[in-house]
Design a protein around this ligand. Structure first.
Ligand SMILES: [Zn+2]
Length: 292
């Protein structure tokens, strides 16, 4: 890991936080923009964008309403195409693998893997509780501090790392929980996507900040680009085996809007962005597969 001694990622340097160490590579990063209590910084080296979490007046909460209301669509419309890809990679690397899903939410991926393959040994951990059953062990707690009694053949985490204050610790811990020859599969947002482009352009040239403020809200603290995600995992000593860009089912998108017609317009816009994103490679999501 390329740490600069004395710098703590995401924490202010000195009393005025106009400079912060990059949460990926620790390079000193300049304040770039802000709104409300969100202060965004961009790394001059890896171009990673991150939020100064010390400026947040409140942090995102992950209680039942997060799953049942705020991200209702996301959890009701899982990305089965990605799930099937992940299944293929896990059993292709090690049949009958033990799998840990970090931030497993309601356990959609684990339940899919169970239906797909009764031989897999499945565990998930989340700050929200789930009932264990059907051969899936659900752990209730914080992945970073949980005392695991074993290592795994595959560690998977979908759309979680962007919520972390220190993604370097997250990546290191994911690597430590793997046996040699095991896989770490992590999916997150892609800041080099059409949706982000449009959000930034609309805010800058049209004065319309709805999409921009939604994308850069407190919900996500780290906005990975293709190279910053790769750099983060290469920094753990793991080998990047595969790195691909993709979208998610449109139905999975939770789009806050003042009324139904506005929501339909926004949803059509997202559909257009996703279709163009697939064509141009500027997709909203990216997934990296690393071999320990
Ligand atoms: Zn950086």
């Amino acid at each position: 890991m390329s740490a600069v001694s004395g710098l703590v990622p995401g924490r202010p340097i000195g009393s005025v936080p106009s400079l912060l160490p990059c949460t990926v590579c620790c390079t000193e990063s300049q304040f770039q923009d802000g709104f409300a209590d969100i202060r965004l910084f961009r790394c001059p080296s890896c171009k990673h964008c991150f939020t100064d979490f010390s400026s947040l007046e409140e942090e995102e909460q992950y209680g039942p309403e997060y799953f049942q209301e705020v991200h209702k669509n996301w959890f009701e419309h899982p990305d089965l195409r990605l799930f099937e890809q992940i299944y293929g990679m896990i059993v292709g690397n090690r049949p009958g693998a033990s799998v840990l899903d970090i931030g497993c939410g309601k356990g959609n991926l684990l339940r899919y893997l169970r239906r797909r393959d009764p031989e897999l040994q499945l565990a998930g951990i989340d700050v929200a509780a789930n009932d264990s059953g059907d051969g899936i062990e659900f752990l209730h707690g914080d992945f970073l501090t949980w005392k695991f009694d074993r290592k795994f053949d595959a560690v998977v985490s979908l759309q979680v790392i962007e919520h972390m204050t220190d993604p370097r610790i997250f990546a290191q811990r994911a690597s430590e929980l793997c046996r040699e020859g095991s896989l770490v599969i992590v999916s997150t947002v892609n800041e080099q996507s059409l949706v982000y482009d449009i959000g930034r352009l609309a805010a800058r040239f049209l004065g319309s900040k709805h999409i921009y403020e939604r994308l850069y809200s407190r919900h996500h603290l780290n906005h990975f680009n293709i190279s910053s995600l790769r750099r983060l995992f290469e920094g753990t000593g793991m080998k990047v085996k595969k790195h691909f860009r993709h979208e998610v089912p449109i139905a999975a998108m939770d789009i806050p809007a003042p009324n139904k017609p506005a929501e339909l317009i926004l949803r059509a816009g997202v559909w257009g962005c996703f279709a163009l994103g697939d064509l141009t490679g500027r997709t909203m999501y990216q997934t990296i597969v690393c071999l320990k």
